[in-house]
Design a protein around this ligand. Structure first.
Ligand SMILES: [Zn+2]
Length: 404
């Protein structure tokens, strides 16, 4: 008997979810049309849309055109019925977004990280969430999940930041520490590269792609890999560490202990230090004047600006960077056969000065069958990618385990 009741309940949840997806996709839509599109009986549609209206996931928005009989009442998805908090934690700041069920950002806040001590960081994140709740006027019970994108190596199952060198964390149970402060709200964490990939998949440039790779090219280099629509975490969460794959077998030593890692040749720091070495060796370049002789001002942004002005040395630096990135991307394309490779992070600022030589290297090196299907594009959501991805993760998990 219990089992029977259980399976009826499950059937009801599945049908509710089918109806909700139909309203999302085709709304405003009448009950009769939902019944036609889903093959569910009019009685079932009527009962379950009643539930969904009570739960505020859908709403009635007036009458549609008559097809002979009474004018039907139209239903629409209520994307502001509930909200999710997306949080991004990096070595310098905390960014937070209040996101609705359509994954649109309603409001965004950020604060400089006041202290790296874990207790203080947790407190600062919690206070920022509370501040957003207060200021937005959204009630706490309307928040159905919190998603956090964090730097470092993450055990997503246990919700632990295993190691984050940049802020000196080891084995910090980030998920549970945040959860404690917000009673029943489910919390999920993952690393920034994975969540950026998910963000682009759910609400950015890769909506139609099933298999994609997001490469974060910043101070570090990491990849988020989405296979068949799901983040690929690897066996113990360490998939996507592309920055530490070898591109020069006898290259200089990397902080990971290996030699000749991609990060040594193509991270933001690597690009800036290549420019600085050139300046110190008195290479002829506009960057000398542009930096006013101050080495601190030689950044990725400056190298990109110099390239725009046609500076030969800057263009050479981008070409060199594109070579190493292109080799790595060609390898990734050969192994994963993705539809899309998305590039995000500070390095993407160089635009065509990076993309053109990089695409050339990929064309030369990737297998033609895999290369012909792939598009290499800049991130559409930019700095918001991981925030939206964090919210998308929380929404996905909450839907799977709890409500609909
Ligand atoms: Zn390394």
């Amino acid at each position: 008997m219990d089992r029977e009741r259980g399976s009826l309940e499950l059937m009801k949840q599945i049908n509710k979810s089918i109806i909700l997806d139909t309203v999302k996709l085709y709304g405003p839509i009448s009950r009769a049309e939902i019944s036609q599109r889903t093959n569910l009986s009019p009685t079932t549609v009527s009962t379950l849309t009643g539930d969904l209206i009570r739960e505020e996931y859908i709403k009635e928005i007036g009458e549609g055109k008559s097809r002979g009989g009474r004018r039907p009442i139209l239903l629409k998805f209520n994307s502001n019925a509930h909200f999710i908090m997306g949080v991004k934690l990096d070595a310098k700041e905390i960014t937070l977004a209040l996101v609705n069920l359509k994954l649109s950002i309603i409001n965004k806040k950020n604060e400089v990280l006041k202290n790296r001590d874990k207790t203080r960081v947790i407190k600062q994140v919690s206070n920022l969430i509370l501040k957003e709740i207060q200021e937005s006027g959204v009630k706490l019970e309307k928040i159905i999940g919190i998603g956090i994108g964090t730097i470092g190596l993450v055990d997503t199952e246990k919700g632990i930041v295993e190691e984050a060198v940049n802020i000196g964390w080891r084995n910090v149970p980030l998920r549970d520490l945040i959860k404690e402060r917000f009673n029943d709200i489910p919390v999920y964490i993952d690393n920034v590269a994975n969540l950026s990939a998910l963000g682009e998949k759910q609400a950015g440039i890769a909506r139609k792609a099933k298999n994609l790779i997001y490469l974060h090219l910043g101070m570090g280099i990491g990849a988020g890999i989405v296979l068949n629509g799901k983040i690929y975490e690897g066996s113990n969460g360490s998939a996507g560490e592309v920055g530490h794959t070898t591109v020069e077998p006898d290259g200089p030593q990397c902080k990971c202990g290996n030699r000749g890692c991609l990060e040594i040749f193509a991270s933001e720091g690597a690009i800036a230090s290549r420019a600085i070495s050139g300046l110190l060796a008195r290479r002829k370049t506009l960057m000398k004047k542009m930096s006013g002789g101050s080495i601190d001002k030689v950044t990725v942004r400056l190298v990109a600006k110099a390239a725009e002005k046609g500076d030969k040395f800057a263009l050479e630096i981008w070409k060199e960077t594109a070579k190493y990135l292109g080799i790595t991307i060609a390898n990734l394309i050969n192994v994963y056969n993705p539809e899309m490779v998305i590039l995000g992070g500070g390095i993407v600022r160089a635009g065509k000065f990076l993309f053109e030589p990089l695409k050339r290297v990929v064309r030369e090196r990737a297998l033609p069958r895999a290369a012909k299907i792939v598009r290499i594009v800049p991130s559409q959501l930019k700095d918001d990618a991981s925030l939206i991805g964090a919210a998308a993760l929380a929404l996905e998990k909450t839907k799977a385990f709890k409500k609909i």
